[in-house]
Design a protein around this ligand. Structure first.
Ligand code: PDD
Length: 281
């Protein structure tokens, strides 16, 4: 059975959803997106995702065709129509269709699309085993806080990881880890302190990152929000990544350095359990 998708006010079979080749998302990567996890048919932390969407749109002078409340209604209907129990819902807003020109017409109408993807989030084999990653130079633009659809650097970094026999890549700028290709980066030092990069325009302000920090704070774990180097990650007691489609993902190897005996660490497992408990209740 074909998936039902949403495009500009309509729910249609995927094969009938068509976008103009003049859409600025296609021509200029002029758009933003959000990904929310779905468990038991319910979205996790969607309010945070919609707040971040509003902020990304504002930074690019892009407007949303719908209010956040209306978007949420469409998301829920799409989840329902596709019978999605576990997976993700993707939404994208581009500036819309216009003759190709760097400047857009003032009266352009945005394009809003959404689709669902079924995915094992709770019983992910990678989360059980732990991921191996490589580090790559962060070649992205300087507004990584905006959830832009211009993802070629991240796609190329994942491609480099696959070629190196690894699962994913972390990006490094000026000697410090910024974030994963689609996750935020955390280490646990040998002293047991949770370290993750502080918020700025250098990284995406992950919704999962902030939920995990909130849980860690409630559990009275020592936390430092600061930049760390790849070397600190090689020497860490535990390493993990956070993101909507991974929750808390243990990392067991970085650039060939084995972390926590190549097994997910106890604090990582605990935070993953706490996150899942919070998300499913
Ligand atoms: N990626 N950093 C980057 C560069 C990301 O693309 C993402 C999310 C994150 C984690 O953010 P959050 O916890 O809000 O999902 C961090 C999504 C899931 C994606 O591109 O598929």
């Amino acid at each position: 059975m074909s998936r039902t998708v949403y495009i500009n006010g309509e729910f249609v079979p995927e094969s009938e959803a068509k976008i103009s080749i003049m859409d600025r998302g296609y021509l200029f990567a002029d758009g933003v997106y959000e990904v929310s996890a779905v468990i038991n048919g319910k979205m996790i932390d969607n309010e945070g995702h919609l707040r971040r969407l509003e902020r990304s749109l504002g930074e690019l002078d892009l407007r949303s065709p719908l209010s956040n409340h209306e978007i949420e209604g469409v998301q829920n209907e799409l989840i329902e129509r596709n019978g999605l129990k576990e997976g993700i819902i993707y939404l994208q807003i581009t500036r819309g269709v216009a003759e190709r020109d760097f400047l857009w017409p003032e009266d352009i109408s945005p394009t809003l699309t959404m689709f669902t993807q079924a995915k094992n989030l709770l019983q992910s084999p990678l989360a059980t085993k732990g991921a191996s990653i490589i580090t790559v130079p962060d070649i992205r633009w300087q507004r990584r806080d905006i959830k832009s659809i211009a993802l070629l650097p991240q796609a190329m970094a994942k491609h480099a990881a696959r070629k190196a026999g690894a699962n994913d890549a972390w990006m490094v700028d000026n000697g410090y880890v910024t974030e994963g290709t689609s996750t935020n980066a955390f280490i646990v030092t040998m002293e047991g302190t949770l370290v993750t990069r502080d918020l700025s325009t250098d990284i995406l302000h992950g919704i999962t990152r902030s939920a995990v920090l909130r849980l860690a704070e409630e559990a009275e774990l020592p936390i430092e929000e600061r930049s760390f180097t790849p070397q600190e990650a090689y020497d860490a007691a535990e390493v993990f990544a956070t993101g909507s489609s991974f929750f808390v993902l243990p990392v067991v190897e970085i650039d060939g350095h084995i972390i926590s005996n190549r097994a997910p660490g106890p604090l990582t497992n605990r935070l993953r359990e706490m996150y899942i408990e919070m998300a499913t209740n």
